[in-house]
Design a protein around this ligand. Structure first.
Ligand code: FES
Length: 321
């Protein structure tokens, strides 16, 4: 293990979470939610539990994990929903260089800020646009290891048209609500809202009824062969099984419009914590169960490539290490 990898392993989930809190104020608004969502999608404590297990496959089954959960299998692709993804080749190179020339001494947050500054100067953008993606690169190296990280091609995986958008363009699109026509204000039941589930794909949108839950709305979208794209997607773009907050399949991150979703009700709040996805008293958090969250406006979401039920297990490990 290189000194840099060793340094990264000395930071546990709490240390990363403290670093992320420090970094948030240095991250551009366009990537503040996205960075927090990414860190929720790839929890370090779960990675550590799998790595420490004598039989990771058995543990995976026990935790009902399905889909692509290892960062080593998606080094270039896990973060396409961050605005900073468009600087990934430069960020990846800079983190590899740090790994070769690493000198300890600075805090994790300061190391990340220093690399972000270097990249920002070389690509001539404001540092705030690359802090989030640099934090993602550090955690990806932590979970995938230097060899796999360096072996990945380091490609930008969004098309040129989307890569050209300014942060303001993206924020404007996220803030937009659907017009309900000239007399829309009179409507109560027939309102329709657009859900965007991949901001880098023009066709990745579906329309749904006012106060319908995100998963029911998605089920009506028959524009693609969903099962072929991801076997967890039995109907529509959002994977679902129970539709009653029991299985944890349908978790999503909310990039824009979290305030337009219904408050987290008691059952969603309790179950999402048990699944392990988020532990917060907030009424409109960035991670939701799509079968529970109802919408009152247009929202932009991101669908994680895996799901599982690991909250209780990790809590048990913490209490009895
Ligand atoms: S579909 Fe099972 S928790 Fe939402």
């Amino acid at each position: 293990m290189t000194p840099f990898e060793n340094y990264l392993t000395q930071h546990d989930e709490e240390a990363w979470s403290a670093a992320l809190t420090t970094l948030l104020r240095s991250i551009h608004e366009v990537d503040q939610n996205a960075t927090q969502i990414w860190f929720a999608f790839y929890p370090l404590a779960l990675f550590q539990a799998l790595a420490a297990s004598d039989d990771p496959e058995k543990l995976r089954q026990q935790l009902l994990m399905q889909g692509t959960y290892h960062l080593r299998d998606q080094i270039d692709s896990s973060h396409t929903f961050l605005y900073g993804h468009r600087y990934w080749p430069e960020v990846k190179r800079a983190v590899e260089q740090l790994a070769r020339e690493f000198k300890a001494g600075e805090s994790l947050a300061d190391q990340i800020l220093a690399v972000a500054q270097k990249v920002a100067s070389s690509v001539k953008v404001d540092r705030s646009l690359v802090v989030g993606i640099t934090a993602v690169a550090f955690m990806t190296m932590r979970q995938a290891g230097l060899d796999a990280f360096a072996a990945s091609p380091g490609r930008i995986l969004i098309d040129k048209k989307h890569a050209r958008k300014s942060p303001e363009d993206v924020l404007r699109e996220r803030a937009k609500d659907d017009s309900q026509g000239l007399f829309g204000f009179l409507r109560t039941v027939n309102k329709k809202w657009t859900v965007t589930y991949d901001e880098n794909d023009e066709g990745a949108k579906y329309r749904m009824n006012h106060v319908q839950d995100l998963a029911w709305g998605a089920a009506e979208d028959r524009t693609r062969n969903w099962r072929e794209i991801d076997p967890r997607r039995v109907e529509g773009p959002i994977p679902v099984e129970c539709r009653s907050a029991s299985c944890g399949t349908c978790w999503v991150g909310v990039l824009g419009g979290a305030e337009k979703l219904s408050d987290v009700a008691a059952r969603e709040g309790k179950k999402i914590k048990e699944f392990g996805y988020i532990d917060t008293p907030e009424s409109k958090p960035l991670i939701r169960l799509a079968c529970q969250a109802q919408t009152h406006g247009a929202v932009s979401i991101v669908i994680p490539p895996w799901n599982g039920v690991f909250g209780k297990y990790l809590k048990g490990l913490k209490n009895n290490p």
